[in-house]
Design a protein around this ligand. Structure first.
Ligand code: NDP
Length: 322
């Protein structure tokens, strides 16, 4: 069944008093909710499968302006949520499973059973961790394979661990893993890291982290749990096995936009296209913000910025009598 097919038996709660429905609860969704609430639009936020978004799986956030001493990601998202709720945003559990954007008001179905109609929609569904796509990586997921060091690192005390990736996430996660691991092997496919200089330096300076350059992971080893990874040197093509107790994947993200595929214009990677300088999509009344729409900056502060833009765009759209 197409995820956009709206089941005929659903009855719909009127959106008369809720003119904006926001899908997603990261920095973009909650900031959109804050601004829409303060504009008296009584927004409803559907939190989705990961309430609070990706920041709930991170530790210290040191680069969000205003938090001088840094803040824990989950605490920051609680602050975002509380601020939106304070001005009247309704935050609800549940994920949008079906959509009909063919006419306004739009029809939205939550968890296959609850219907809602809304004048405008703000898409703030974010992005999810990407995996290498190896068969044994999938088989051993949760049994030594993880895409979230912050969530799972503490299970791997005094072990040698491997992590793949060369971006800021890989840096942040390898540093986090040093709290538990006896040693962290950072595996990167090139001879240069993509991460910001400050994060690279912290990793390079850390006595517990060793970088394995120009190397890819070709297999994850282990029967019931991870016992190692198979590595291939991309220059010599030689293979070797590295014994580790856990394998962490930190190779970027995929936007959570599959639900909108038949409605909204997207780029080749699935990021929602918005008109230059705005959050407007190809469907009037539907706005997109945060990591679902931004593959360039992908920061909490930029997601919050576009969330604010989406609420202002929605407010102006409604005020114009569209
Ligand atoms: P990035 O896209 O920045 O990096 C992904 C890394 O994974 C790259 O080094 C890439 O290699 C590597 N990679 C991708 N696919 C594969 C593959 N199939 N096999 C092996 N390696 C692979 O993603 P991040 O999640 O690290 O960061 C996303 C954004 O979030 C960035 O803008 C980053 O700056 C930001 N961020 C900021 C943080 C902070 O400021 N505190 C913390 C975390 C993220 P290659 O380099 O060769 O392409």
């Amino acid at each position: 069944m197409s995820p956009t097919f709206v089941p005929p038996e659903i009855s719909y709660e009127s959106a008369e008093n809720h003119r904006v429905v926001i899908i997603g609860s990261g920095p973009a969704g909650y900031t959109a909710a804050l601004y829409a609430a303060r504009a008296n639009l009584s927004p409803i936020v559907y939190e989705g499968l990961e309430p609070g978004g990706q920041l709930t799986t991170t530790t210290d956030v040191e680069n969000y302006p205003g938090y001088v001493g840094g803040v824990l990601g989950p605490d920051m998202m609680e602050d975002f949520k509380a601020q939106a709720v304070r001005f009247g945003a309704q935050v609800r559990y549940g994920s949008v499973t079906h959509l009909d954007l063919s006419e306004r008001p739009f029809r939205v179905v939550i968890d296959n059973e609850t219907g809602l109609v809304s004048d405008t929609l703000i898409v703030a569904t974010g992005a999810s961790a990407r995996y290498l796509g190896l068969e044994n990586e999938k088989r051993l997921l949760g049994r030594g394979v993880s895409a979230c060091a912050t969530c799972d690192g503490a299970f791997f005390r005094n072990m040698e661990l491997a992590i793949v990736g060369g971006g800021d996430t890989a840096m942040e996660e390898s540093l986090f893993l040093t709290r538990f691991a006896s040693k962290v092997w950072l595996i990167h496919r090139r001879d240069q890291l993509r991460a910001s200089q400050i994060m690279q330096q912290r990793v390079k300076d850390h006595p517990k982290i060793e970088i394995i350059w120009n190397t890819i992971v070709t297999d994850v080893l282990g029967v019931d749990e991870v016992t190692g990874v198979r590595l291939r040197d991309v220059n010599s093509q030689s293979e070797r096995d590295l014994p580790v107790g856990g394998f962490f994947v930190a190779i970027g993200h995929t936007p959570n936009t599959a639900l909108f595929r038949s409605w909204l214009d997207m780029d080749g990677q699935g990021y929602i296209k918005t008109l230059p300088g705005s959050t407007r999509t190809n469907i009037p009344g539907v706005f997109a913000c945060g990591d679902a729409q931004d593959h360039v900056y992908r920061q909490a502060v930029t997601a919050a910025g576009t969330g604010c833009m989406a609420a202002i765009d929605a407010e102006r759209f409604l005020a114009s009598g569209s």
